[in-house]
Design a protein around this ligand. Sequence first.
Ligand code: NAI
Ligand code: MG
Length: 357
Amino acid sequence: MTIYKVAVIPGDGIGPEVIAEGIKVLNRAAELDGRFRFEFTHFPWGCEYYANNGKMMDDDGLEQLSRFQAIYLGAVGYPGVPDHISLWDLLLKIRKGFDQYVNLRPITLLKGAPCPLHNVSREQIDMLVIRENTEGEYAGAGDWLFPGQEHEVVLQTGVFSRKGTERIIRYAYEVARATGKTLTSISKANALNYSMVFWDQIFAEVGKEYPDVQTTSYLVDAASMFFVKQPERFQIVVTSNLFGDILTDLGAAIAGGMGLAAGANINPERTYPSMFEPIHGSAPDIAGKGLANPLAAVWSASQMLDFFGQEEWGKAVLQAIEDMLVEADTLTPDMGGTASTREVGDKVTSLLRSPVK
Ligand code: NAI
Ligand code: MG
């Protein structure tokens, strides 16, 4: 019996509500399979913890988490705690501390999922965005000079190291090669005349080792247009931290909305745990009411199964989500239904079937 040790940080707002449903699905997969099981350990960190303890997580939080193979996170952030504190002192601390330099965001339009684009078929929206997750524009490098004075100046520096740029691009080439898909790099070398010229150069350099991978490069503004107009252009996509953040929200919008968007923060070397989370936030406006859509959290559970080498189960979970969307009788209000978070979680759990061997 294989045991997967998972640290659970439900976090704030709807985080605990959606994570509970994801755990149900994971346990059901384990039960049906019989050869693996999960050991979940809950951590109470987040904004409530901050209100009581003056910090978002324990001082030795990273050390505690390092004993697990994966982290399953709901959402962090709540009115009363400034967002830059909740983000930097918990989420970014984990992503950076554990060198989770790959952010995987699948953008796949499942059958039955709401799509705001007209006449788009399921096959046209099926991409994987690989976002650099540790540096770039979110490196936290900069300065704030002469605050409040007339000559006040702020600097937010984009940081692109050769190592950081090369490893994310290489990861994307590997995925493209393994899946036989095309690879698109999204940058902005015309305006960002240092960082993105460098990015493009590394993309070409690394590409020499992958002559079998078909590539395209777009400027980020043109890419945004194509995401909407011709999403079928994209299969595997690699881009910087900021561009990836923005483009994947656009991607979420065309592939069923925030209620379905999942993301994995991966440390490919597995020196540290990787982290799986829905992309949405803590949604204080609907928290505690049973209105939250748990499907994004369930999708990220499917990514966790992939990460553990249980790709067949990862696919089975997506299939269960798709079957549910097609049946369309148990959906949360954001998808036009009247079901509660728990009802959706129970339904998707009941639809889960063992992969056909
Ligand atoms: P949000 O994603 O929490 O909510 C945006 C809108 O989408 C709200 O109207 C909300 O009700 C709705 N929504 C989000 N998830 C939903 C779900 N699963 N089912 C149904 N409706 C859903 O973003 P917002 O309002 O900008 O941020 C709220 C808090 O969450 C802030 O403190 C923010 O910093 C934090 N946040 C945390 C993130 C994380 O932990 N990864 C990501 C984004 C925001
Ligand atoms: Mg974002």
